[in-house]
Each structure stands twice: as structure tokens, then as C-alpha cells.
Design a protein around this ligand. Structure first.
Ligand SMILES: [Zn+2]
Ligand SMILES: [Zn+2]
Length: 200
């Protein structure tokens, strides 16, 4: 086993989430609070991403436990994406509570890796962001979206295509006509039963 060069007190610029934990591991029951913040590359899901260069922050309590180190805290970052209804830019803040066990040798599916003296919190911060990034973001609660006829942004203008909501309700209005027979025929009152029968 090759011994790593002695680590200086300076922070690793390329590994900003690394915490020295030899002291913690030597002293079961001991705790340490950390707050680390740095950009992480390639944090994106299909609908949104953490902007390039924007910091991800992890605030956590590290506890030396029998198996390794328990990390309890929160991961936060800003995100940006495209509104799924109007296609305009959408942005917000994500924040996720985390509670993860880090062990030297363990099940990679359920735990995070730890070495004898270093714990890298970046995988925890990374996974939390991927989990919490919105897949279908909205620019705002209640965004009215685009008109399906002319493409006008209904948040900004009223187009002349007529009341689109009415055309969408059309099929439901028809359902009301058939529903009474459907119910009496089956003795059932579930509206979804009636709805599914109209397709037959
Ligand atoms: Zn929108
Ligand atoms: Zn329109």
C-alpha cells in the first residue's frame, strides 16, 4: 500500500468537500459541525439544473458512530430550468435534508465511502441535488402556459382562440349524459367507472 503524501492544512481546491475525520473516528461519540460550499459539475436532470459555477452548500453534523460516521444535515443550491407550461425560464432554491451513514467498507447501495482519515461529502451533496432538482419545473405557481392553438403565452396576453378550458371540458360534459345509466346499470357510484365506460 503506497502511503499518500502528507496533506497540508490548505484546502484542496479540487476536492472542496473533503473533511479530515481521523480525530472523529478515534473518538466514538464525538461530533463535529461542518459547512462546506462549492460548485459541483454536471448537476442536471431532464427539466432543470444547478447553474454552472453556482455553489452547492452542505451543512451537517458529523457523528462518530460504531460503524463509521453519520452525516445529518441539509444540502441546498439554486436551480434553473424551463417552465414546463410556458417554456420561459424558471428558477428556485432546492433544499433537502440528508441523513447518511459513511463507512470504510460497506454496501455501496446504502452507504457512502469513508477512508481512515478523509470523508468526502461531495457524493452526498451531489446525490441530494439530483434527487431534489425538479423534473417539471414551473416559472410560478399557477402558470397559465401556452395556448395550444396559437402558442401565445397566456401569462402575458389573451389570444383570440376562444376559451380553451371549455373545449377541454367538452368530453366531461358528454360524460355527464351517460353517467346516470352507467351508474344504475352497475349500482356503482364511482365517477371513474362511468368515465372509463365511455371509451368502450
Ligand atoms: Zn410558466
Ligand atoms: Zn391562442
Amino acid at each position: 500500500m503506497s502511503s499518500a503524501p502528507a496533506l497540508g492544512a490548505h484546502k484542496h481546491r479540487d476536492r472542496p468537500f473533503v473533511v479530515q475525520v481521523a480525530g472523529l473516528l478515534r473518538d466514538p461519540g464525538s461530533r463535529r459541525r461542518v459547512e462546506l460550499s462549492a460548485p459541483i459539475d454536471d448537476l442536471a436532470v431532464s427539466g432543470s439544473r444547478v447553474p454552472d459555477g453556482a455553489p452547492v452548500t452542505i451543512e451537517a453534523l458529523l457523528e462518530s458512530v460504531h460503524e463509521g460516521i453519520l452525516v445529518t444535515g441539509t444540502v441546498s443550491a439554486s436551480w434553473e430550468g424551463e417552465c414546463r407550461r410556458c417554456l420561459e425560464p424558471a428558477r428556485g432554491e432546492l433544499r433537502l435534508d440528508v441523513r447518511e451513514l459513511c463507512v470504510e467498507e460497506g454496501d455501496v447501495e446504502t452507504t457512502y465511502a469513508l477512508t481512515a482519515d478523509e470523508l468526502d461529502l461531495e457524493p452526498i451533496a451531489h446525490d441530494a441535488c439530483i434527487l431534489e432538482l425538479p423534473l417539471a419545473p414551473l416559472c410560478k405557481e399557477g402558470c397559465l402556459g401556452l395556448c395550444p392553438e396559437c402558442g401565445a403565452n397566456r401569462n402575458l396576453e389573451l389570444c383570440a382562440c376562444g376559451p380553451a378550458p371549455d373545449s377541454r371540458w367538452g368530453p366531461l360534459v358528454m360524460l355527464e349524459d351517460v353517467a346516470p345509466q352507467a351508474r344504475s346499470a352497475q349500482g356503482a357510484t364511482r365517477p371513474d367507472t362511468a368515465a372509463s365506460e365511455t371509451t368502450e
